[in-house]
Design a protein around this ligand. Structure first.
Ligand SMILES: Cc1cc2nc3c(=O)[nH]c(=O)nc-3n(C[C@H](O)[C@H](O)[C@H](O)COP(=O)(O)OP(=O)(O)OC[C@H]3O[C@@H](n4cnc5c(N)ncnc54)[C@H](O)[C@@H]3O)c2cc1C
Length: 399
């Protein structure tokens, strides 16, 4: 099979790339074994910074129709509300997000429902070997196979494990113990103590469900995680004794998901005819809320700017591929994601008077800003989408 672009992987990055390239009239084949993207505990909430990039990808409206929007975020600490900020959040299960983007892929894009066994780079045609025995020859292969390392390893790529079990993400549903609904639209609860390694708890809405993502810096076999698996309500009360003062009595319902994340640093990814996007390029720390922003930024830059230029001249050498990895918007987004991963961890785990002071200062500043805005309602609290667009940091207002 011959094509201009072969997209390997039909997750968030691959589905978005196939949609954009197909709409632009390119000849595209996408390869993924799953007819429908299966349930998966990954990103469950987008924010205003994500939407700004998605608009440039042309799929924001489809996602908005499938997500639950809330326009205000309450921020709490030590059992009290410290701020209420206008902030757009869009909750939806990861599989719904991916399947929504997949539904936008134009009919002109050919689909192969199988695994890719290997990719061979080449400036004059890269090869994709499929598990069903077929081979695709493409001018460009977009590798969007997520955190799975096998294909990248087969390309001769190498990486260092720079932070094993950097963070742990816990996902569960919460409901008011006495029935009814919670009073807040969305809430971020910051830790009461630094000793338990809690980054923050994010509560957001998906339909009528209050979804919880709890971010921790603990070993995977920590006593707290063990107790959480045995009795989640009791364990949450130990971690956040004053949470119920803010949200009222509540209980965990349904299954709980626990997902550790390692951070790696990949060495030179440049290969002729092959380009890496999303988690295939770098897996982010979920606590930063930047993984999907990285996916959208990678794909937006690649499909709106680089691929149209590359395809307009012969060859797909390393000078073309290298221009994407050096793209200023991509490198800024990647650098912000890595910096936030370490900043947030240090802010959570840092011990001694300086770190304590930094944590209390943030608490105090939030209270002060909220107080001032109550007195002077015209004081700005919301970043516009334009500002969010210019400053990738605005993906999340955490801490
Ligand atoms: C627990 C958790 C919480 C997160 N929370 C957030 C958040 O709040 N905000 C945020 O912005 N980000 C968050 N993230 C990060 C975000 O979810 C990821 O960055 C994003 O899902 C990566 O998308 P992707 O398309 O690169 O990978 P994936 O969605 O994993 O897609 C990879 C695709 O490749 C396919 N594939 C793999 N191997 C092959 C093969 N050999 N042949 C063919 N196909 C193959 C798979 O079937 C899959 O469809 C979170 C991540 C986790 C784990």
């Amino acid at each position: 099979m011959q094509t201009e672009v072969a997209v390997v992987g039909g997750g968030l990055a691959g589905a978005l790339a196939a949609t954009m390239l197909g709409r632009a009239g390119h000849d595209v084949v996408i390869v993924d074994p799953h007819e429908v993207y299966p349930p998966d505990f990954r990103c469950e909430k987008l924010e205003q910074g994500h939407m700004a990039v998605l608009r440039r990808c042309g799929v924001a409206d489809a996602i908005l129709r499938n997500a639950t929007h809330t326009g205000e975020l309450w921020i709490a600490r030590f059992g009290r509300i410290v701020d209420k900020v206008p902030f757009d959040q869009f909750g939806l299960a990861y599989e719904r997000l991916v399947n929504t983007v997949r539904a936008e892929i134009p009919a002109s894009v050919r689909v192969c429902r199988t695994f890719v066994d290997g990719v061979t780079p080449g400036a004059d045609g890269a090869q994709v070997r499929l598990a069903d025995g077929r081979t695709i020859t493409a001018r460009l292969v977009v590798l969007a196979s997520g955190p799975n390392w096998t294909l990248r390893q087969a390309l001769g790529l190498t990486r260092d494990l720079v932070s094993p079990c950097h963070s742990i993400t816990v996902g569960f549903d919460l409901e008011p113990a006495g029935g009814g609904d919670f009073a807040f639209p969305g809430l971020q609860y910051n830790p009461e103590r630094s000793s338990e390694g809690m980054a923050y708890l994010s509560l957001f809405r998906i339909g009528r469900t209050m979804r919880a993502n709890l971010f921790l810096y603990q070993p995977l076999k920590s006593p707290w995680l063990k107790s959480f698996r045995e009795d989640p309500d009791a364990a949450l009360a130990v971690l956040m004794p004053r949470l119920s003062r803010v949200i009222g009595p509540s209980r965990v319902v349904g299954p709980v998901k626990v997902r550790p994340t390692d951070l790696h640093e990949m060495h030179d990814p440049v290969r002729p005819g092959v380009v890496l996007v999303g988690d295939a390029f770098a897996t982010p720390c979920p606590a930063t809320g930047t993984g999907s922003l990285k996916v959208f930024t990678d794909v937006e830059r690649l499909c709106n700017t680089h691929i149209p230029r590359w395809l307009s001249t012969p060859g797909m050498g390393t000078e073309k591929i290298g221009a994407y990895y050096a793209d200023p918007a991509k490198t800024a987004c990647d650098a912000m994601s890595v910096a936030r991963a370490y900043e947030l961890r240090a802010l959570t785990l840092g011990t001694g008077p300086v770190w304590e002071a930094r944590r209390y200062m943030r608490f105090g500043l939030r209270l002060l800003r909220w107080g001032l805005r109550s007195l002077v309602p015209s004081l700005p609290a919301r970043r516009t989408e334009r500002e969010a667009d210019d400053a990738p940091k605005s993906a999340s207002p955490v801490r």
